[in-house]
Design a protein around this ligand. Structure first.
Ligand SMILES: *Cc1c(COP(=O)(O)O)cnc(C)c1O
Ligand code: SF4
Length: 317
């Protein structure tokens, strides 16, 4: 078995195990909930970064299933993706770009995730056929789930299928995998990127400087050295990154490693996540305050996904 799979297997899926690992007292342990359709799924690396017996920190809030999620407020499909999926595995909402739902699997379950209610019947072959027949699609975004959940062999086979389509010029990765298992950057994966006939763009989802460390940056730099731009996207979340200092630490920490913050997303209002919502007005204030202390390229665009629109919507209230 590939080494990164073994690392992945060391993660937590059992509430008793994580409660013990984090030395949660009885009251705190009682706040963990079982959500059958979106259970605890937490890589060891992230658990090791969590403070003991604490539920109020940026990592616990993002990754532990808490009683706060039991609220009925919010929507099942806040961004209207079910309505716009073609051949189930393909989301073609924006001109020139199509998003391929490669797999439903992720290395971690982020509690605010707007895709947590999707059922994936990945019909990749059908999706590839649609891309092949539509010359307007110039960029294919590999998303999911997390595309890096695939084995190296499956990933390179998928890339080969896309590379075979002349009108596709860019292949973009949307992934969070390295935050949990940086070992995923294998020599084979690097070779697949390096030998691609298309321009690759790599977008990492990261919300807090606490998620990052020197191992992760060293793996990212292997990707950067191939001439692949590495960008990030971040979701603005209450208690996680809703202060000027926390956003500064994250974005400055990225740009000193040559990683460019691309988007700051307002939360998609999925059911059970609204306790993490930050108002748009507050978000705009935060972003504007960062312009005073960061270079322009370190300040991402603050956006939201509005069902039915042909692009992300820039928030400017
Ligand atoms: C976000 C998104 C994209 C990519 O949008 P960019 O603004 O190009 O980053 C493409 N397709 C879908 C369905 C999306 O949600
Ligand atoms: S890794 Fe991405 S797709 Fe998977 S649960 Fe987290 S936010 Fe959702």
């Amino acid at each position: 078995m590939e080494k990164w799979r073994l690392v992945q297997k060391k993660g937590f899926t059992n509430l008793d195990d994580i409660a013990q690992f984090l030395s949660l007292d009885k009251d705190k342990k009682a706040r963990l909930i079982t959500k059958k359709e979106f259970p605890l799924h937490l890589p060891l690396r992230i658990a090791q970064k969590m403070p003991k017996n604490c539920l109020e920190n940026p990592l616990a809030l993002q990754f532990l299933p808490l009683d706060l999620e039991l609220s009925d407020e919010g929507m099942i499909d806040p961004v209207g993706d079910v309505a716009s999926s073609k051949g189930k595995a393909l989301l073609h909402k924006y001109e020139g770009r199509a998003l391929l739902l490669v797999t439903g699997a992720c290395v971690m379950h982020c509690r605010y995730c707007f895709r947590q209610n999707y059922s994936y019947e990945s019909e990749i072959d059908k999706a590839i056929a649609i891309i092949r027949q539509d010359p307007s699609i110039k960029e294919v975004i590999l998303s999911g789930g997390d595309p890096l959940s695939l084995s190296d062999r499956a990933l390179s086979a998928l890339m080969a299928q896309i590379e075979d389509i002349d009108h596709v010029e860019i292949i973009r990765f949307h992934t969070r995998f390295l935050i949990g298992v940086p070992e995923r950057v294998t020599d084979k994966f690097l070779y697949t990127l390096k030998s691609s006939s298309k321009q690759i763009v790599f977008v990492l989802h990261v919300n807090s400087a606490l998620e990052l460390d020197s191992d992760i940056f060293s793996e990212l730099s292997k990707i950067q050295k191939l001439g692949v731009p590495v960008l990030t996207q971040t979701v603005l979340l209450k208690g996680v990154n809703d202060s000027k200092q926390k956003l500064y630490d994250l974005f400055w920490g990225l740009v000193v490693h040559g990683v460019i913050p691309y988007y700051l997303h307002s939360l998609d209002r999925v059911k059970g996540s609204l306790h993490m919502e930050v108002s748009k007005k507050e978000g705009v204030k935060l972003i504007n305050s960062l312009r005073d202390c960061l270079p322009g390229y370190a300040v991402p665009t603050f956006v939201e996904e509005v069902a039915g629109r042909r692009s992300k919507t820039i928030i400017n209230v």
